[in-house]
Design a protein around this ligand. Structure first.
Ligand code: PLP
Length: 324
């Protein structure tokens, strides 16, 4: 298996699609999933910095930005945000100024992620919690003060319609390149956009999401909203619009976002030792842990073939050290 990381050197749709079509599917040899055949699609290998689902969410946003003559990308996120990291890297590589809006005061020491982003040229604006709460409003960047012109505002996590179109493309690529007939596709969920986008695009097998935080019903609502928006858009007119709903597991978040109990740590270590596939502690470790727990509890029919999406995020390994 070749797992030489790609390096996305331009923003041409065909070029990106070719790179995405080359992403390997890796069969996992492990005793952690009894009775189940687990494969991983390695989208962590798409690019060393603009990786995983965040690359797909950025794709059409960056294409639009190029067409509109945008000079500055403004976005927001937390101290370990994979989206901020990918946005800073994309800005540095493709020639955009980037501004990251962060909640709270500037800490005495920046997280390793924010240090990367700063090295990649991202400027930070630390805002009060009150102001940060308005981040989903269209005019949010206008409240930040300063002269802002020619900018594109990307919502937290890259969760806008252009982002959903990128994930839809990923779903179509999975349908076109899957090496075997899978029974289920599994994906980790933060906002739910990736789940909704994949659900809209993938018709030959069901898609199942694993919530990584206590979200109440908001992930399901958002996933359903993106699914509906994509289902009525040009991008997938050619598909039969069937009434689809999203499948979501809410019992594997291990008590909340970023929570990393010792059982999860032990699982991640065992998985990585057996498969040689690195996971991130926030998203993909919980995704595989959920499949592991369900396999052990006998929730799958024997021989079920599962494809799990490696959605990237490996920079976040520095936030929660294994064994700590
Ligand atoms: C952001 C992220 C997700 C969650 O994607 P959503 O579309 O917000 O649900 C999953 N995995 C990784 C590694 C991520 O960085």
């Amino acid at each position: 298996m070749s797992s030489i990381p790609h390096y996305l050197t331009n923003l041409d749709l065909n070029y990106f699609t070719e790179a995405a079509r080359d992403i390997p599917y890796q069969k996992v040899h492990s005793d952690l999933f009894p009775g189940v055949e687990v494969w991983i699609r390695r989208d962590d290998l798409l690019d060393p910095l603009i990786s995983g689902n965040k690359a797909y969410k950025l794709l059409y946003n960056l294409i639009d930005a190029g067409e509109q003559g945008v000079e500055t990308l403004i976005t927001c996120g937390g101290a370990w945000s994979n989206h901020l990291h990918a946005s800073a890297a994309a800005g540095a590589r493709f020639g955009y100024r980037t501004i990251g809006i962060i909640r709270g005061e500037r800490p005495p020491e920046l997280s390793a992620m924010l240090q990367d982003a700063e090295r990649l040229g991202m400027g930070f604006k630390f805002v009060t919690r009150e102001l940060y709460r308005q981040r989903n409003q269209q005019e949010f960047p206008g409240h930040l003060g300063g002269e802002l012109q020619n900018y594109l505002y990307l919502p937290e996590g890259g969760a806008n319609f252009a982002g959903a179109r990128g994930v839809f493309l990923l779903g179509k690529i999975i349908e076109a390149t899957k090496p075997i007939r899978f029974d289920q596709l599994w994906v980790a969920c933060g906002t739910g956009l990736t789940l909704g986008g994949l659900r809209a695009a993938v018709n030959s097998f069901p898609v199942c999401g694993v919530e990584v935080l206590k979200a109440g019903g908001s992930i399901r609502r958002d996933a359903q909203r993106w699914l509906a928006a994509l289902s009525t858009s040009e991008a997938c007119r050619r598909d039969q619009v069937v009434a689809k709903s999203v499948d979501l597991m809410s019992e594997y978040h291990c008590d909340g976002y970023g929570k990393y109990p010792s059982q999860l740590q032990a699982f991640q270590q065992a998985f990585e030792r057996q498969s040689s596939i690195p996971l991130d502690p926030i998203y993909t470790a919980k995704l595989l842990y959920a499949i592991h727990l369900r396999a052990n509890a006998g929730h799958f029919e024997c021989g079920t073939k599962i494809l799990a999406l490696h959605s990237g995020g490996l920079q976040g390994r520095r936030g929660l050290q294994l064994g700590s």
